[in-house]
Ligand binder design. Structure first.
Ligand code: LMR
Length: 328
């Protein structure tokens, strides 16, 4: 190929690869850390599809899954610096921006997903979406994943079975304190590193939702899974207050409507995947899934729940009471 022809071909490739944003087109870069086939991954893709249908030519969305752009620590800073416009970190990842959201990390707080949803929809739950406004972060919606399950290469039926093990945790002070109560060492690390850390034995235990365990193949490196029922993994979809306030009001309203629609779909997908991914893991023949009876769960409750007291001042007793009331 002549030099000229290769140069023309290269320019052609460049034109295909880079789709410039039209001068007045708004770009939303949505970065997250999980796979595309998880509830959050599918939610982000659906958000892009609906925005580009309904706000064609006015807003374009680029989705960056699997930490290819930022991990959850980095992404909040990226929102503030204008390097990304949307993210949906787990509720356990906001502690440097507000202590209030630690409420979602308290063990055995919500009796089921319906109670969690009731609290999120209540005035104190909605107010939490604005709890980081003075730090420049705005909450737009709550998205679901599902109950966290714990795993190791030995059966963890009772709290003492885990004593002395090191668990990978999300960077939550509540999780650290809760596991410390039963003699578990904790190692906070980014989601992207978990598979290798488990495979190489750097951590002996971990906790996550079924869809994350399945999509990251954690069931190929851990043999025993226990459904303790202690917490739910959920997300807050966030943006920066600066970006949000800079949007024309009609676009903001349309984005809010789309988010409400996507949130409903993420809830449905979360429920569906929690069941389907659990079944696929249980039927893989590689692992044992242990479900506890009420008496066994009660032992975990007694061991972990005293951690509430440690965080009552930071979270606020009124807020904890409101969350407890959503169980009625
Ligand atoms: C984790 O770090 O384990 C999760 O928060 C990842 C996620 O976004 O579901």
């Amino acid at each position: 190929m002549s030099l000229l022809r290769s140069a023309v071909a290269a320019i052609g490739l460049l034109l295909v690869a880079v789709q410039p944003v039209a001068a007045d087109e708004i770009l939303i870069r949505f970065a997250h850390v999980v796979g595309e086939r998880t509830p959050k991954g599918e939610g982000a893709t659906l958000f892009k599809t609906l925005v580009e249908q309904r706000l064609a030519g006015r807003v374009r969305v680029e989705v960056y899954p699997r930490s290819i752009k930022f991990n959850d620590n980095q992404v909040l800073l990226a929102l503030l610096l204008g390097d990304a416009e949307m993210a949906a970190p787990s509720l356990a990842k906001f502690r440097t921006y507000t202590k209030k959201l630690q409420i979602f990390d308290l063990p055995f707080l919500f009796k089921d997903m319906e109670a969690l949803h009731r609290f999120q929809a209540s005035p104190p739950g909605r107010a939490l979406l604005d709890s980081m406004e003075e730090r420049g972060i705005k909450g737009l919606a709550y998205w679901d994943n599902g109950p966290r399950v714990i795993s190791a290469n030995q059966p963890l039926r009772r709290p003492e079975d885990a004593r002395g093990l090191t668990f990978r945790i999300e960077p939550s002070s509540v999780f650290h304190a809760q596991w410390s109560r039963i003699g578990v060492n904790t190692f906070p690390m980014a989601f992207k590193q978990v598979y290798d850390a488990v495979r190489e034995g750097l951590v002996k235990g971990q906790e996550n939702a079924w869809s994350n365990i399945y999509s990251r193949k954690l069931h190929t490196v851990h043999r025993y899974f226990t459904e303790v029922g202690h917490t739910y993994l959920g997300y807050m979809v966030v943006t920066s207050s600066n970006f949000w306030n800079s949007l024309p009001p009609d676009i903001r309203t349309e984005l809010e409507n789309i988010l409400a629609e996507v949130t409903a779909e993420v809830r449905r997908l979360a429920q569906e995947k929690a069941i389907a991914n659990r079944r696929e893991i249980a039927e893989s023949g590689q692992v044992t899934v242990m479900t506890l009876n009420e008496a066994e769960r009660d032992v975990w409750r007694q061991a972990l729940m005293p951690v509430w007291k440690e965080f009552e001042a930071e979270i606020g007793k009124d807020l904890i009471d409101a969350a407890v009331a959503s169980n009625q």
